[in-house]
Design a protein around this ligand. Structure first.
Ligand SMILES: Cc1cc2nc3c(=O)[nH]c(=O)nc-3n(C[C@H](O)[C@H](O)[C@H](O)COP(=O)(O)O)c2cc1C
Length: 155
C-alpha cells in the first residue's frame, strides 16, 4: 500500500467541548446519488468519538504546502492543533480550513466496523472548492506535490 499515492485530507469535527482533527488518506468518493464519501478511521483516534456519536464532519483536502499541518495534527493535543492554519465554521459549527483545496461538509451516515477501523460514510451537505488545483500527495511515507494547474476539467 506504500505504492498507492493518496491525496491528503484533514478531517475535522467538533462536539460541545472541543474541536478534533486528523490527517487521513483513506478517503474516497462513494456515489452521487446521494452525494457521499467513505473513509476508514482507526477507532483509537480521538476524532472517532465525535464521528461515532453522529457529529457532522468536514473533509479538508490539503494543498501541497500544507504537509507541516499533518505533523501538527498528529502530535499536539486536540485543541492545540487548531493553532496552526486559519479556520472557519461551516454547518453545525464544524471547523474547516480556509486555505484548503476543497472543504467537503458531511452529515454522519452508516458506520461499519472492520478490524481496528470503521468505515464511516459521509452524506455530503455542502462543498467549497478552490479554483487552483495543487493537492498534497502522500506516497511511500513522504509528501509530494503534483504539477500545479489552474485550468479546470471537472465532471
Ligand atoms: C498522511 C497520513 C495519513 C493518515 N491516514 C489515516 C487514515 O486514513 N485513517 C486513519 O485512521 N488514520 C490515518 N492516519 C493516522 C492518524 O492521522 C493519526 O493516527 C492520528 O493522529 C491519531 O489520532 P489522535 O492523535 O487524534 O488520537 C494518517 C496519518 C498521516 C500522517
Amino acid at each position: 500500500m506504500r505504492r498507492l499515492a493518496g491525496g491528503v485530507a484533514l478531517v475535522t469535527a467538533r462536539d460541545d467541548w472541543r474541536r478534533y482533527g486528523m490527517p487521513m488518506t483513506a478517503v474516497m468518493s462513494l456515489c452521487m446519488e446521494p452525494p457521499s464519501l467513505v473513509m476508514a478511521v482507526n477507532r483509537s483516534a480521538s476524532i472517532f468519538q465525535p464521528l461515532h456519536a453522529g457529529r457532522a464532519f468536514c473533509v479538508n483536502l490539503l494543498k501541497h504546502h500544507s504537509a507541516e499541518m499533518c505533523q501538527t495534527f498528529s502530535s499536539l493535543p486536540s485543541e492545540e492543533r487548531f493553532s496552526v492554519g486559519q479556520w472557519g465554521e461551516g454547518p453545525h459549527r464544524t471547523p474547516y480550513l480556509l486555505d484548503a483545496q476543497a472543504a467537503i461538509f458531511c452529515d454522519s451516515g452508516p458506520i461499519h466496523d472492520f478490524g481496528t477501523h470503521s468505515l464511516i460514510i459521509g452524506l455530503v451537505s455542502d462543498a467549497w472548492v478552490d479554483e487552483h488545483i495543487s493537492p498534497l500527495i502522500h506516497l511511500d511515507g513522504r509528501y509530494m506535490a503534483t504539477e500545479e494547474r489552474s485550468d479546470r476539467t471537472e465532471r
